[in-house]
Design a protein. Sequence first.
Length: 269
Amino acid sequence: MNEIQALLMGLLQGLTEYLPVSSSGHLTIASALFGIDGEENLTFTIAVHVATVLSTLVILWHEIAWIFKGLFRWNGSLNAEQQYFLAIVVSMIPVGIVGVFFKDYVEEIFGAGLLIVGCCLLLTALLLIFSYYAHPRQKENISYKDAFIIGLAQACAVLPGLSRSGSTIATGLLLGNKKEHLAQFSFIMVIPPILGEALLDVLKMVKGGAEAALGDISVSALLVGFVAAFVSGCLACKWMIGIVRRGKLVYFGIYCAIVGTLCIISSLI
């Protein structure tokens, strides 16, 4: 992977991590176009995912600081910050189970090519379009039950092409949670799983040796991709919060349907 490819894929990761169009699916498509093998791309994928997590910390710094300011304050009952933190923890349970018990199987699916990406993009499209037209009764707060169900959506979204942000936000909307709460919750809940997964992969690569970990990817390409993903992630995170509040997810559903159909056609030709 050269620096130009790293720049384009870094921008793609940063944008699609937050927009409901599946970052993993688009990275699979880009890798196929550039002729980059998935295994050789592992180190780069980790780097750009960590970059987008950092962009989340930057954009949602005030919300994250709010959680930690009240987390260790006890007044005889759980305060709003502690309840929010527990909801985040509950949402992480499904993806934690998938990561511990089904990681190898999921990695096999990630190498399945454009056909599964196309099918999952169509599923993302259905979720987004359905959540746009559904109008359940609105709830004031995200309950622990809803957090767990949203976490199940996140666990399913490990499949390439099934958008994590699209799945979690659409699921939250279908459960009746308010738009202004969902984007923030969706972006914060993914921070621990991504960092945990990155740490495990880094440890695995360290055991295999630094040279084996980097493969054909240069340090400069990694840096270019990291910076590109961070900058575009900051822009996309802020943009996406506004999109969710305005309820414009249906347009991304149409986009996913078109791209998913093209992926399926391409895989069958």
